[in-house]
Ligand binder design. Structure first.
Ligand code: ZN
Ligand code: ZN
Length: 313
């Protein structure tokens, strides 16, 4: 006979087994569990879950502001085990260092998305790099030197010129690079001509070299920037995924509502109109799937993020 505690244990195990097999079924569309590293927190818990379920994604990392604690808790309660979170705060504001520190103590697994009108090599961002090392969490940065619309201004500017020096200066900081300047600079012929360059990639670009040379640098493949880079040159893409298979992380940065491209407008970003009406998650997973072996695909869409965010269970 089972006593009451054992009986409840059996019930709980069978419920969690059912939940696990449901999750496995949801992710089987891609032949692997999928972790979306770059998912901006949405207002309603259900809206967050709808995108994951619609796109066949198992788990996601919520990118939030320091003020979003209660909303993160609500999403995590609505879908236990499916959401981790990063926190961002403007490093030019003195109170941000305290806010970032508090967020890690409250369970954030990294800083991000750090997207600010500041130089990547400036004193403000440097404070955040040092804090990330001290707190032992990765920092995800948006690098952009070309405006998407008039007078937008740059974000984390100076990547091509300055970032190697930063990697050298902060060897104990784990950096995750993202956005236009990061991915355009895989090609050696890029000089800020466009937000999203097209055509075959010239080998020897800065980002490719840095990913190979610096163990503290990872690449977040989200958004049009990552999708565009992966779309330019199929031969290069397959080789790039093979060479950096332990350094690349799938992310969507998708704004569609349903995981099928619903309401996806790229409104403030005309140069990214190729993804209008499409789910960025689906588009990028499709390219990764056809460009990599099953083993490499699984590393990029699941294992690498789990390792980097120290998610062992
Ligand atoms: Zn971004
Ligand atoms: Zn989507």
């Amino acid at each position: 006979m089972l006593n009451r505690r054992q009986f409840l244990g059996v019930v709980a195990a069978s419920v969690s087994t059912r939940a696990a097999s449901l999750r496995a079924a949801q992710s089987s569309e891609w032949g692997s569990s999928v972790f979306d590293l770059h998912f901006h927190l949405r207002e309603e818990p259900a809206a967050n879950i709808a995108h994951l379920d619609g796109a066949g994604i198992t788990n996601a990392n919520l990118l939030t502001r320091a003020t979003a604690g209660a909303r993160v808790t609500a999403v995590q309660a609505a879908a236990p085990g499916r959401f981790t979170w990063f926190c961002s705060a403007d490093p030019s504001r003195p109170e941000s260092i305290e806010a970032l520190t508090r967020s890690v103590k409250a369970g954030a697994r990294g800083f991000g998305e750090m997207k600010y009108h500041l130089a990547a090599n400036g004193v403000e961002f440097r404070r955040a790099y040092a804090l990330a090392a001290e707190m032992k969490v990765p920092i995800l940065i948006h690098f952009q030197d070309v405006d998407h619309f008039e007078n937008e201004g740059t974000w984390g500017s100076g990547f091509a010129r300055d970032f190697e020096r930063i990697l050298k200066t902060y060897p104990n900081t784990t950096f995750i690079g993202h956005a236009d300047a990061f991915w355009a600079n895989v090609s050696a012929d890029y000089h800020n001509e466009a937000a999203y360059p097209s055509g075959p990639i010239v080998r020897g670009g800065i980002t490719d070299k840095l990913l190979g040379d610096y163990p503290n640098l990872y690449g977040d493949l989200s958004a049009n920037s990552g999708n565009n880079m992966l779309s330019r040159d199929p031969e290069y893409t397959a080789d790039f995924l093979r060479r950096h298979q332990s350094k690349l992380l799938f992310g969507s940065d998708c704004a569609c509502t349903d995981g099928h491209g619903g309401s996806a407008r790229q409104a403030n970003n005309p140069a990214a109109s190729r993804l209008t009406g499409k789910c960025v998650a689906r588009e990028t997973l499709t390219i990764l799937k056809r460009s990599a072996s099953q083993q490499i695909f699984r590393k990029v869409v699941w294992d690498n993020a789990r390792t980097l965010l120290k998610l062992t269970s």
